[in-house]
Design a protein around this ligand. Structure first.
Ligand code: GDP
Ligand code: ZN
Length: 327
């Protein structure tokens, strides 16, 4: 039977089958043996229900359309998939004292997944007046660019919740990220309305007692799609974020093609199409500043990594072997 993983329940995927029943599953031995492939929240799976067995057995995991990957900066080769098959990443930031540096990184992380991206500025009721709300909205919107919707919400404002719900039409799945305390679980509860859900995150330790993970639950939005709160997304380092930066700043990268110099840094070069767009008011200066500082940071990270490899005397062929081993 086909199903979707809606929760990881103490390491056992909880699968919602096509007939809406929930079944706790384990992985077929063959699945885990051949490749280190474990189902994550959002995965589409094929489940066997053997007679007299208390759990379902996941025999197949469908290829992922999108995935949220946590990369471990200490172990470049290890990447952990946190969620799969979502259409939209909603970045939540508080409207009052928005941390634009954090938002900039969260946007890159969100774009890196390949899904659409939106921003929700939370707790708008804490703003002193409409002017402050508009100022914050504009700052976030300038930074996020034209392709990203920026919504303003407050838990007490039903219309603002409805606007968020409109971002998640039926048959689509959204992932919600943002720092703890920003109002993510409140938002999920308001979107889910009366639908019963387990909002208390269950903390678990793995066998080695090293990491702590927080359970994620995929929740149905009545009249809409589904939403997953991802409390575990932290550590917004920029290793291997080049794809995310390219997607987050697609407009700037497209403009760059028209700059006179191929290696234009868009700082003070003549014939710079990006600076011309800032001049013409189509691109916010803050967005360009953000792009340039992220690129400089990424280049620094790359240079340091290359140097470290060099010092270790590591050959490219060794790296490939290691990657293959870790799948
Ligand atoms: P999470 O850690 O991101 O899931 O944040 P929570 O949803 O748990 O919210 C953190 C705190 O902010 C709680 O005390 C909420 O009651 C409060 N909160 C959530 N939404 C709003 C809002 O729109 N306005 C105000 N003033 N407080 C809110
Ligand atoms: Zn330029």
């Amino acid at each position: 039977m086909r199903g979707t993983v809606v929760k990881l329940d103490r390491g056992f995927p909880l699968v919602r089958l096509s007939d809406a029943t929930l079944v706790r599953c384990e992985h077929a031995k063959a699945l885990v043996k051949n490749k280190d492939y474990r189902a994550v929240i959002g995965d589409e799976v094929e489940v066997d229900l053997p007679d007299g067995h208390d759990k379902g057995v996941i025999v197949e995991v469908a290829p992922r359309r999108t995935s949220f990957v946590r990369k471990d900066p200490a172990e470049q080769s290890r990447a952990q998939v946190l969620a799969a098959n979502f259409d939209l990443v909603i970045v939540a930031e508080p409207l009052v004292q928005t941390n634009l540096k954090r938002l900039e990184r969260e946007l890159v992380l969100a774009h890196e997944t390949g899904a659409h991206v939106a921003v929700v500025l939370t707790k708008a009721d804490l703003a002193s007046d409409g002017g402050e709300v508009e100022q914050a909205r504009k700052a976030a919107s300038d930074l996020a660019g034209h392709d990203v919707d920026v919504l303003v919400m407050a838990a007490s404002d039903a219309e603002s919740i409805e606007n968020v719900r409109q971002l998640i039409p039926a048959e689509t799945t959204a992932v919600l990220i943002g720092k703890s305390g920003v109002g993510k679980s409140s938002l999920v509860n308001l979107l889910a309305g009366s639908e019963l859900q387990d909002t208390s995150p269950v903390r678990e330790r793995d066998g080695k007692g090293r990491h702590t993970t927080v359970d994620r639950v995929m929740v149905r939005v009545p009249g809409g799609g589904q939403i997953v709160d991802m409390p575990g997304v932290r550590g917004l380092g920029l290793w291997d974020a080049d794809q995310g930066i390219s997607r987050a700043f697609r407009d700037i990268e497209e403009l760059s093609a028209q700059c006179r110099f191929r290696d234009c840094k868009h700082a003070d070069e003549p014939g710079c199409a990006v600076l011309a767009a800032v001049e013409g008011g189509e691109l916010a200066q803050s967005r360009l500043d953000s792009y340039r500082s992220l690129m400089t940071e990424l280049e620094g990270i790359r240079a340091r990594r290359e140097e470290a490899r060099h010092l270790r005397g590591e050959k490219a062929s060794d790296r490939k072997k290691r990657r293959r081993r870790n799948g």
